[in-house]
Design a binder for this molecule. Sequence first.
Ligand code: XUL
Ligand code: CO
Length: 437
Amino acid sequence: MTAFANVSPVPFEGPDSKNPLAFRYYNAEELVEGKSMRDHLRFSCAFWHTMRMNGADPFGSPTMSRPWDTGDDSLENAQNRVRVFFEFCEKVNIPFYCIHDRDVAPEGQSLAETNRNLDAVVKVFKEESSRTGIQMLWGTANMFGNPRFMHGAATSCNADAFAYAAAQVKKMLEVTQELGGAGYTFWGGREGYQCLWNTDMKREMEHLAIFMHMAVDYAKEIGFTGQFYFEPKPKEPTKHQYDYDSAACINFLRAYELDKYVKMNIETNHATLAGHNVEHELDYAGSQGFLGSVDANSGDMLLGWDTDQFPTDVAMTTKMMLIILKYGGFTTGGLNFDAKVRRESFEPIDLFYAHIGGMDAFAKGLKVAAALRASGEFDALLRHRYATWDSGIGAEIEAQKHNFRSLSEYMLNKGEISPNTSGHQELCENLLNRYLF
Ligand code: XUL
Ligand code: CO
């Protein structure tokens, strides 16, 4: 059985190709900075979007009825979706995937039945993964959809909700280990609040820390060595999510002694919801040693919510790749397309256009970023701007040879600061454009 009989494996045809089902830039084996594009970009397909989004929005019903999906909650349908998913990933040449527990298998009448359903679907993931070589980038648990999590999961006011969530993450860590997943992601889900007057924020954050420590401990116990990630998102569904941005997440991890175990999974649209751009979030996390993985998508600057669109802006992907390369590239992480086709794009072929576009945008971004890095032009601008720190008083301050008293003496002697250098912002922006176009 094949779901995409009319689509051949997507070939690389080069920049002049007009074939919408070919790559123009993504050439998996091509070397950039001595490493293949496949290993640099580590593309991943998100099961929850690609297989489960049906185009429903708060105003309207599903628009997408997939020919392979019987639309029911049976195990057979869930297992068949996995086969279709792997056929898709294979054809579009994506080497990794990410899943939520509840999106791959239906909930049963009890937790025990739900776990059995999950096992039955995981079996197919395992078969398909060994058939195709497509690997799990990370797993996670959906602890926000079911009404039992209306107040949150680890931060719920209801201790039983915490316990249920713990049981879910326990199971999902086992599944992630079984599938050879390279990581496990905590996404805030509903970990936040709507109203401070019915919320004990301190207690809720402590509970979240206890929960994450339990996950770390359980991973050690079962020998799961994958990387944990924390995914910042400032709002939606709650007004104040505890994992607002990289800075808030890293502070949380350090405050509760989780920093040794957890890195960031940065998502473009979440960065913009927090009033940052994604390169800021990547650089902040990278500068603190927390850059782990990326949920690659983009938002709509005119809308205030998480639109999870595919990334197609090459200027943005170039800036992202500049930062990712600056911190040495991915190790366990990758570029997971946490993105969905628009509800009007209801044909299965749109899934191909969307992923091909996102992959090409990052491949081109990688090449432009590498060319810029090879030229050393940004480095030269930076060196020039910070030159006062490379010798004399600046170098002495960095070497911690000074204090307020000595600096005051220095300035009293000198009288006024040396002329500054221009920021040359426009020159920098032009430089980026010169490599882009
Ligand atoms: C939600 C979000 C999630 C996580 C995984 O906004 O981004 O899909 O990435 O649960
Ligand atoms: Co995400």
